[in-house]
Design a protein around this ligand. Structure first.
Ligand code: TXA
Ligand code: MG
Length: 315
């Protein structure tokens, strides 16, 4: 569908399916989400089942408007109100004490809830039309790269999802920043599309896995080996690896050496964010054995892109 003018009939169908407890694949500005009614425990349990997601990994709740925050959070702290005003709709997820009526399956058994207002006209239209808060993790099977197109969602979840809304490739390409906003200072639990430095306050970095369960698990893992090349070294490293025999793919702005398959030539952090997950999936489909990805400076979005890249490369 055209993200600029979402078809009201299709939006109404998605809303009706969600109200009936079905799962719907939804575009957001970051990645595609697998949405269900956040207050329907059976529907949320199905998200865990179809993703193969560990039950202690809670799901982000999406709301239509910052004004709805007090319906899912027990207490909206001044910090949360300030960050919501600055960033919503947008790729910042706030962790707060959860409202009492949220099912524990949605919060992974924690007393807290992670919430955001997505900055995508299709996601917002579905939120408004359904009148629901929508639990929506990334719409990949657990351990696979997050989906940035509707085709990626179908590749992982075909048959397990009632409807996927296709609004073209995700604009950002990596997931939201998750911030604990219960205290006076933001604590970054997962780096993401909003850089820590842009939070407008000195931010702390949470201990990995301590408060954001999802960061404990190996993520974004394609079946081929991922190697990170230093800045400027992508083509050289790919050529060296290809000379040893394996089928090598390259994701880097420089020239593509002979015998190496190009997976794209993104220049800079935001371009790499947009195409990284799609390139990892394409490499798998092409049967490549090694993917060389050239690093980007760890500034702004670059820190989050390098976090995802390092997870994909972890062995
Ligand atoms: O951009 C995004 O955030 C996408 C789109 C669809 O909104 N969603 C997404 O969801 O990436 P998911 O489930 O793949 O990742 C959610 C992350 C996990 O690391 C999870 O552990 C963390 O948020 N999280 C969820 N609820 C939490 C909570 N109550 N406290 C701490 N971390 C939480
Ligand atoms: Mg995910």
């Amino acid at each position: 569908m055209d993200p600029g003018a979402p078809d009201p009939g299709i939006i109404a169908r998605a809303a009706a399916l969600l109200r009936a407890g079905e799962l719907v694949g939804l575009p957001t500005e970051t990645v595609y989400g697998l949405a269900a009614d956040a207050r329907n425990p059976a529907a949320v349990r199905r998200i865990f089942a179809v993703k193969g997601r560990p039950a202690d990994n809670p799901i982000i709740v999406h709301i239509a408007d910052a004004a709805d925050l007090s319906s899912v959070a027990r207490r909206v702290t001044p910090l949360a109100a300030k960050l919501a005003r600055r960033w919503w709709p947008g790729p910042l997820t706030l962790v707060l004490e959860a409202a009492g009526d949220l099912p524990s399956v949605t919060t992974g058994g924690l007393s807290t809830v992670a919430v955001r207002v997505p900055d995508h006209p299709v996601a917002l239209a579905v939120l408004h039309a359904s009148g629901l808060a929508l639990a929506a993790p990334s719409a990949n099977r657990s351990g696979r790269p997050s989906p940035t197109t509707a085709a990626h969602v179908l590749a992982d979840l075909h048959g397990d999802v009632a409807l996927v809304l296709d609004a073209g490739p995700s604009r950002v390409g990596i997931e939201s920043t998750v911030v604990d906003a219960r205290g006076e200072r933001p604590v970054v639990l997962r780096p993401g599309a909003v850089a820590g430095a842009d939070l407008g306050l000195p931010a702390e970095v949470g201990l990995p896995g301590a408060a954001s369960p999802g960061t404990r698990y190996r993520h974004y893992a394609p079946s081929c080996r991922v190697e990170i090349a230093p800045i400027g070294q992508g083509p050289t490293m790919a050529a060296e690896m290809a000379a040893l025999g394996p089928r090598v793919g390259l994701l880097a702005p420089g020239p593509v050496p002979p015998g190496v398959t190009s997976l794209g030539r993104p220049s800079g952090p935001s371009a790499l964010a947009r195409c990284l997950y799609a390139a990892l999936r394409a490499a798998e489909l092409a049967g490549l054995e090694v993917v060389v990805v050239e690093a980007v400076p760890e500034e702004g979005l670059g820190a989050a892109v390098m976090d995802r890249l390092e997870r994909a490369a972890a062995r």
